[in-house]
Ligand binder design. Structure first.
Ligand code: ZN
Length: 144
């Protein structure tokens, strides 16, 4: 299996069985994300405990990359502090939007494969923009 096939396999797995998909109970803070380029629409909800992102879940629909990226994001940020999440956002965003060789932790590494498809970069960053909207007190995010 080539690296490329491996990347595709991980993305398809997250798309088929997205992690943390569904409504978050309690009184979470939510934001809606929209990627009009592709038609991806997701809603991300997070519960914060102090300066920590305790739990994140998402709903919505979109292409395989947008769903897989949201799924990976929820796993990557749960339990991290808001500062750590902001730093991770910047790393992911820089990794996807520039040619810089940045190492991403865990399954997020496969997002680097999306750089080969510039049209899909916004699909991959949508969930991250939406989560950041929550952290900055906004209710919606768009990739436009
Ligand atoms: Zn998409």
């Amino acid at each position: 299996m080539s690296l490329r096939e491996f990347y595709q396999e991980v993305i398809l797995d997250h798309d088929r069985t997205p992690r943390n998909f569904g409504v978050l109970t309690g009184e979470p803070t939510c934001a809606d994300g929209d990627n009009p380029m592709c038609g991806d629409r997701i809603r991300v909800c997070a519960s914060l405990e102090g300066d920590r992102v305790a739990q994140v879940r998402f709903t919505g629909s979109g292409c395989a990359i947008s769903v897989a990226s949201a799924s990976m994001m929820t796993e990557a940020v749960a339990g991290r502090t808001v500062d750590e999440v902001q730093t991770l956002f910047t790393r992911v965003h820089t990794a996807l939007t520039t040619g810089e060789p940045i190492e991403l932790p865990g399954d997020l590494a496969v997002l680097m494969g999306v750089r080969e498809f510039p049209m899909r970069v916004k699909c991959a960053t949508l969930a991250w923009h939406t989560l950041r909207a929550i952290l900055t007190g906004e209710q919606r995010a768009t990739t436009e």
